[in-house]
Design a protein around this ligand. Structure first.
Ligand SMILES: [Zn+2]
Length: 277
């Protein structure tokens, strides 16, 4: 989850803070590159549609951004600037109806499955492979509330894992300090052949630290849920760019804190498992 998720077509990035048509064209849309810029609507609470003048590559009917041409039924390439939300036809919000998402995933998996294109043209076979792989990536990302936030931030170029990621959150400083001490003691005890009398006490300390960090992780997940809800509310009320940017910065900060705490939980868990062996 560290690296930004791949966006469908190389270079097809756009800003979710302000609509900015991508400079790099989708190679598959090359033939239509001379058309007037498409109007793409993002971040509107009521609309998930990409207003597009895309036409079917086979019969030229308007596709309205559908995966299959409404006129001839042929599989269509993804539109320029389409993101995972658009792929699924869900609002670009952080509250996602998982039931709808799953239903569409299964339906699209079936429709896009390469087996259906075994006797189709090379172009259609390739489209089915590409779209199926994008479908899986999109589903994996959108069904997970943390990955969803990371994705939204990376679309906007707002996901920043800097030095702050390495810093202990202030409210955990003391616990982190104590944990490091316990870990040092434990390793020393092990290195010196293991002082049997000392081990249970150290282990208990680690277990207590683990409970503390797991509870902090639950807290930070709740905070992420809160800021996600605030984001959706900001979209609903058409909040200005500054307000949205502020929310994104908050999301980024919560994600960094989460990542720090999750690493702590994992390292304590690892240490306890090693002790069991
Ligand atoms: Zn068609």
């Amino acid at each position: 989850m560290g690296s930004p998720p791949a966006i469908f077509f190389s270079g097809a990035r756009f800003s979710v803070l302000g609509v900015r048509p991508c400079k790099n064209l989708n190679p598959q849309a090359g033939a239509r590159a001379t058309e007037p810029a498409k109007t793409i609507k993002f971040m509107s609470a009521s609309s998930t549609t990409v207003t597009s003048s895309a036409n079917c590559w086979s019969c030229s009917a308007a596709t309205g951004g559908a995966h299959f041409c409404p006129a001839c039924g042929k599989i269509q390439p993804l539109q320029r600037g389409a993101d995972y939300f658009i792929f699924f036809g869900v609002p670009q919000k952080l509250t996602v109806d998982l039931g709808i998402l799953e239903e569409r995933f299964h339906s699209l998996s079936w429709k896009l499955h390469p087996d259906h294109f075994a006797r189709a043209s090379e172009n259609e076979r390739q489209l089915s492979l590409d779209l199926s792989s994008q479908l899986n990536d999109a589903y994996r990302t959108l069904r997970d509330p943390v990955a969803r936030v990371e994705y939204l931030l990376s679309l906007a170029g707002m996901r920043k894992e800097g030095q702050k990621k390495q810093q202990a959150p202030p409210e955990l400083l003391e616990e982190v300090f104590e944990l490091n001490e316990s870990l040092d003691e434990l390793r020393e005890a092990r290195a010196s052949g293991g002082n049997a009398a000392q081990m249970p006490g150290l282990r208990a300390k680690l277990e207590s630290a683990q409970r503390k960090f797991e509870s902090s992780l639950a807290d930070v997940d709740q905070e992420l849920a809160r800021v996600s809800a605030d984001w959706d509310a900001a979209l609903d009320s058409s909040a200005d760019e500054a307000a949205r940017k502020k929310l994104m910065e908050r999301m980024n900060e919560v994600l960094n804190r989460r990542s720090y705490i999750r690493n702590l939980v994992n390292s304590v868990r690892q240490e306890l498992v090693t002790g069991d062996q």
